[in-house]
Design a protein around this ligand. Structure first.
Ligand SMILES: *Cc1c(COP(=O)(O)O)cnc(C)c1O
Length: 429
């Protein structure tokens, strides 16, 4: 494959930006090779600067549930832009999207829009602290909530620990109020809550972790977390930046029938433009300025372009769209059947609705972060490379998941299954 232009752009970029990129994983460090410079996206496809075409399963890390350059989304953005891109005032589109989201998420009566998932998670925690008057938060090893200092925290060796900074530049003071526990282990959570609850404001979690591979919750686990939080007056924050409008039209909370106290959204609700949001029942959201004492603001928050792209996206996500996404994922799995049988005990293809992960492991299921850590990331790197050679673009890290969009066709899925099968032959023989 000729990627001359991508190579020359990358060579220039590394002298101009750290790692040549504006977000670390894009640099291909964990899979090797040269990042691709994308010029255009259309439906399920990406086109790089050298004119190569790829079937995409990164989908901008999740937002593009309708595929690239969906015509209704592009129309909404261009029509809106004709009237200006930002006013620094309230606008009609904010009201419209707030109405759509609150109707689909019964746990959200009021919502505040921000510009990224990071910002939304930070603000949700400030809200939980402001509302409860408590200081500490509990997070789960392997869950990602953006890059706020006190959320960049590493877990200990599987036991509940006070977090240690996971990044240079984050001080011990920044993370001293963050407690890290293993996901899918309600006994550990109960133990730490019993000890610390008087000063715990919130438990924050991805209901289904999707940033450390894909880790499905064990049966009854999310219920147990909900019950513990309710019992001890701790706010349960669901970070649904990925799962919101992805697992179902009411997110993971609808999918599993669990009502969090505060919900964090992002990605899909911006239709491919920068966005985040957090919402909760009125009683809690009334703590936010200007109604209450918890301050949070943003120059470009509620930006009309992001709101328009979000509305256009959410309007197309009806029951039929979710059924079609699920059908596509099931079809891919069906096409993969023979290859997965052939390499049973060496590779695991996990899928939940339109999210999937490929693990090189002998495990039949994945429940714990430590199991993801033990998967073979060298094999994943080789696999990623083989897939690229077959014009399939997977997220460039074995810790990331794949996303199917409504734009992927049966032919795309068939071709993808063929590419996976050939790549496994190369990597595992
Ligand atoms: C992507 C993501 C974030 C961060 O969102 P940004 O818009 O990248 O800041 C937070 N939480 C989860 C679960 C995410 O997947």
């Amino acid at each position: 494959m000729n990627i001359k232009k991508s190579k020359s752009l990358y060579k220039k970029a590394v002298n101009l930006m750290p790692g040549g990129v504006n977000s670390p994983v894009r640099a291909f460090k964990s899979v090797g090779g040269n990042p691709l410079y994308i010029k255009k996206g259309s439906g399920p496809n990406l086109f790089d600067e050298d004119g190569n075409k790829y079937t995409d399963y990164c989908m901008s890390w999740g937002p593009l549930i309708l595929g690239h350059a969906d015509k209704d989304v592009v129309k909404a953005i261009t029509e809106t832009a004709k009237n200006g891109t930002s006013f620094g005032t309230p606008n009609r589109l904010e009201v419209e999207i707030a109405d759509i989201i609150t109707k689909r998420f019964p746990s959200i009566e009021k919502i505040r829009f921000v510009n990224s998932g990071t910002e939304a998670a930070m603000s949700a925690i400030r809200l939980a602290r402001g509302h409860t008057g408590r200081n500490k938060i509990i997070k789960f090893d392997g869950c990602y909530h953006g890059h706020a200092d006190y959320l960049l925290v590493a877990g200990g060796s599987g036991l509940a620990t006070f977090g240690t900074p996971d990044s240079a530049g984050v001080t011990k003071n920044n993370t001293k109020d963050t407690i890290v526990v293993p996901y899918n282990d309600s006994d550990q959570l109960e133990k730490i809550i019993k000890k610390e609850h008087a000063d715990v404001a919130a438990v924050i979690m991805e209901p289904v972790p999707c940033n450390y591979g894909l880790i499905p919750p064990s049966s009854g686990y999310l219920n147990a977390v909900r019950e513990l939080c309710s019992k001890y007056g701790i706010m349960l924050i669901f970070d649904e930046v990925i799962t919101g409008f992805r697992l179902s039209k009411g997110g993971a909370q609808e999918y599993f029938g669990i009502r969090p106290d505060i919900t964090v959204l992002g990605k899909i609700i911006g239709g491919g433009l920068p966005v985040g949001a957090y919402g909760a029942p009125k009683k809690i959201m009334n703590c936010i300025a200007p109604d209450g004492p918890v301050y949070q603001a943003g120059t470009l928050s509620g930006n009309p372009l992001a709101m328009a792209a979000g509305i256009a996206t959410l309007k197309k996500l009806d029951q039929k769209a979710y059924k079609s996404l699920k059908d596509k994922a099931d079809t891919l799995k069906k096409y993969l059947g023979p290859a997965l049988d052939k390499y049973s005990g060496r590779v695991l293809f996990l899928q939940m609705e339109s999210i999937f992960a490929v693990y090189f492991t002998d495990k039949k299921e994945i429940r714990y972060v430590n199991e993801v850590r033990k998967t073979n990331m060298n094999l994943f790197a080789k696999f990623h490379n083989e897939m690229l050679n077959r014009n399939i673009y997977l997220s460039p890290s074995g810790y990331e998941v794949g996303f199917i969009s409504t734009a992927h066709t049966d032919a795309d899925l068939k071709k993808t299954a063929q590419a996976i099968s050939e790549s496994l032959d190369k990597v595992l023989n």
